[in-house]
Design a protein around this ligand. Structure first.
Ligand SMILES: Nc1nc2c(c(=O)[nH]1)N[C@H]1C(S)=C(S)[C@@H](COP(=O)(O)OP(=O)(O)OC[C@H]3O[C@@H](n4cnc5c(N)ncnc54)[C@H](O)[C@@H]3O)O[C@H]1N2
Ligand code: MOO
Length: 414
């Protein structure tokens, strides 16, 4: 007799369960390898950045007060004290009525608080300079400490190291950085009907798709996938495979066998493991209802639907943010982290109440240049809806559907 799903949770509850898993430990790596990792510690600046007040323009360092009101028709006149090269530190302060030639990046002398661009000046000979434009204090100047202050955090723990943060790490001299370890994910496919990709199926057999699509998704999240191949529908074999994958990884994805059919052994195999705690069996999402979560110590087992589309959708909406959470992203599940694009729905779309619906959509550009989202309907055992879709829209569990013309947020696929 078929068992009913039990411990069916809402997507919010499933996310809350995932968030309880602790972030992975830290490791120190060279700056060259740090992109897209998450900082495990604050990065304290050793010096002010910039270290001095530096010019943003080629021109003349001045005291803004002395060129106040200068225009083409009413210029100000200053005497030049010579000019400074980019790495030369001024040895004397700016004297009243004077200016100093400076290049972009050069250090302003004491007494100067602004830079007049060379285009707005005219050398009159004998060291006299005509200034044809006024400047405000700090204009064209990068102030000392504006990017970072010595002794204070230039970047804080949890920061995602995008290219711009990598630049900051270089600027503060962080040759090595403490980041969280990348999650390791073991991937298991179950099912007697599955055959390796290189084999030719007989009717009733299909090639193992999920090991590969899910590995690719894991890599896209910055985590490290390992495929454990196809495991037959036998509980002892599945238990042994999960055991091995758990020992070697932080997370195990098992696709197939998560529903309530007689062959669906994943739950039993998980419960066979010592110390395993089943946290959820069933999530109120569509596709993806037969999704499980179990915990063994600090390691997670995600049981995924076997259907090719369902397993991908579940990994996209829960798995990828979860891997980022483990990797140190303190806002991994925050909707602001989702790559969203606004579009207008082109067709009415119905949704069964009681489950949050993830409807695949294709994006196109309307004649007026705005974006349109057209639903791609199809069964979750087929690959084509994912191939045709650019992303999905989320229809809340308590909603019967959306009408055409509605603005929707499209969650872009990787
Ligand atoms: N009576 C019910 N039947 C089903 C329900 C339900 O609520 N009541 N849910 C359906 C939904 S929704 C899904 S999704 C599937 C999930 O089934 P399982 O997770 O138990 O997966 P399997 O039965 O093992 O496989 C389903 C389907 O997917 C194919 N599959 C499995 N693994 C792979 C793989 N690695 N590569 C390619 N294709 C794979 C498998 O051959 C089956 O066709 O249950 C529904 N049934
Ligand atoms: O949950 Mo099934 O994943 O709807 O196809």
């Amino acid at each position: 007799m078929k068992k009913a799903f039990f411990q069916v949770v809402s997507p919010e509850e499933y996310i809350a369960l995932l968030q309880e898993f602790p972030t992975l430990e830290q490791e120190e790596i060279p700056l060259e390898q740090a992109e897209f990792r998450y900082l495990a510690q604050d990065i304290i600046a050793r010096e002010d950045l910039p270290m001095t007040n530096r010019s943003c323009m080629d021109g003349f360092a001045v005291s803004a007060r002395e060129v106040f009101g200068a225009t083409e028709s009413n210029p100000a006149y200053l005497e030049s004290m010579g000019s400074l090269s980019i790495d030369q530190q001024p040895t004397e302060a700016l004297r009243p009525g004077h200016c100093m030639g400076i290049v972009t990046g050069g250090t302003l002398p004491e007494g100067a608080d602004a830079v007049v661009m060379v285009e707005h000046t005219q050398e009159l000979g004998a060291g006299t300079l005509e200034i044809r434009k006024s400047v405000a204090p700090s204009e064209h100047v990068m102030l000392r400490g504006e990017d970072a202050t010595a002794g204070k955090a230039a970047l804080s723990a949890g920061t995602h190291l995008r290219p711009q943060e990598i630049g900051m790490l270089a600027a503060v001299g962080a040759e090595r950085v403490a980041v969280h370890r990348r999650p390791r994910v073991g991937i298991i496919s179950t099912g007697d009907e599955l055959i390796p990709v290189g084999d030719t199926p007989t009717p009733g057999q299909i090639r193992d798709v999920n090991s590969f699509s899910l590995s690719a998704l894991v890599s896209s999240a910055g985590a490290i996938p390992t495929r454990y191949g196809i495991i037959a529908d036998r509980q002892e074999e599945l238990s042994a495979a999960i055991h091995r994958a758990l020992a070697e990884n932080d997370v195990v994805f098992i696709s197939g066998g998560s529903s309530i059919g007689v062959r669906d052994l994943t739950q039993a195999a998980i419960e066979d493991l010592p110390d395993a705690k089943l946290l959820a069996h069933g999530v109120a999402v569509s596709p993806g209802k037969p999704t499980m979560l179990a915990r063994v110590g600090n390691k997670a087992i995600m049981g995924l639907p076997g259907q090719v589309t369902s397993s991908q959708v579940v990994v996209m909406i829960f798995g990828v943010p979860f891997l980022r959470h483990l990797a140190g992203d303190t806002r991994a599940f925050d909707p602001m982290r989702r790559p969203l694009r606004q579009a207008t729905l082109t067709r009415n779309i119905a949704s069964k109440q009681g489950r949050e619906d993830y409807v695949r959509v294709r994006l196109s550009t309307a004649e007026d240049g705005s974006l349109e989202a057209t639903p791609v309907l199809g069964k979750s055992g087929l690959l084509r809806t994912m191939l045709l879709a650019d992303g999905f829209i989320r229809i809340p569990a308590d909603t019967e559907g959306f009408f055409a013309g509605r603005p929707v947020d499209v969650w872009l696929q990787v």
